[in-house]
Write a protein that binds this ligand. Structure first.
Ligand SMILES: CC(C)(COP(=O)(O)OP(=O)(O)OC[C@H]1O[C@@H](n2cnc3c(N)ncnc32)[C@H](O)[C@@H]1OP(=O)(O)O)[C@@H](O)C(=O)NCCC(=O)NCCS
Length: 152
């Protein structure tokens, strides 16, 4: 089941990322802020356990939503969960009025790149030294609704 997360999910969201490298995970304070802010966090729950999460950011006056994070618990990877969650994020972003979804991904994160590529995301920029450890990011984008004639 994919549903929106709430403040009661804080501990599970922190735990889900516990095994990730420190630079790639949110701490408790960041999760608390995300759950209270202009964001939507979606989680996948199975037998009462959260095993995947994704955070969407929205900006007033912009029709571009941002996929701020997506993670699937290591034991649950490779079974289509990431793709389902990504699709739920697109649906949610569209529902909230976004025409495009953008994200940044480490240039060496091959599984995430395959996931986004398969879902129809295209690279629109390379951002050198984007991450605190100096790695470059690829900015990717997908139109959630077909661009009208003349759009880029
Ligand atoms: C990236 C991530 C969310 C993918 O989740 P997942 O549930 O394993 O992905 P899925 O099973 O839905 O796979 C979707 C597609 O991604 C690709 N993919 C996923 N994992 C892969 C892997 N280990 N190797 C190669 N391709 C992979 C495949 O193309 C797959 O499609 P297919 O199975 O139809 O060929 C997951 O690996 C993860 O949480 N990684 C750590 C956090 C992270 O890097 N997040 C992205 C930050 S931008």
């Amino acid at each position: 089941m994919i549903r929106k997360a709430g403040p009661g999910d804080l501990a599970a969201l922190v735990a889900l990322e516990a095994g990730f490298p420190e630079v790639d995970r949110f701490d408790r304070r960041t999760w608390r802020r995300l759950l209270a802010g202009r964001t939507v966090t979606l989680v996948h729950e199975s037998e009462g356990m959260i095993n995947a999460s994704a955070v969407l950011l929205f900006r007033q006056g912009s029709d571009i939503a941002r996929l701020y994070s997506i993670s699937v618990a290591p034991v649950a990877r490779g079974r289509g969960l990431g793709a389902r969650l990504l699709s739920a994020c697109e649906e949610q972003a569209h529902l909230q009025g976004a025409a495009r979804l953008r994200l940044e991904v480490r240039s060496t994160n091959s599984s995430a790149l395959r996931l986004y590529d398969a879902a129809g995301y295209r690279v629109i920029a390379r951002l050198e030294s984007y991450y605190p450890d100096g790695e470059a990011a690829l900015r990717m984008e997908k139109f959630l609704i077909a661009p009208s004639d003349g759009a880029p």
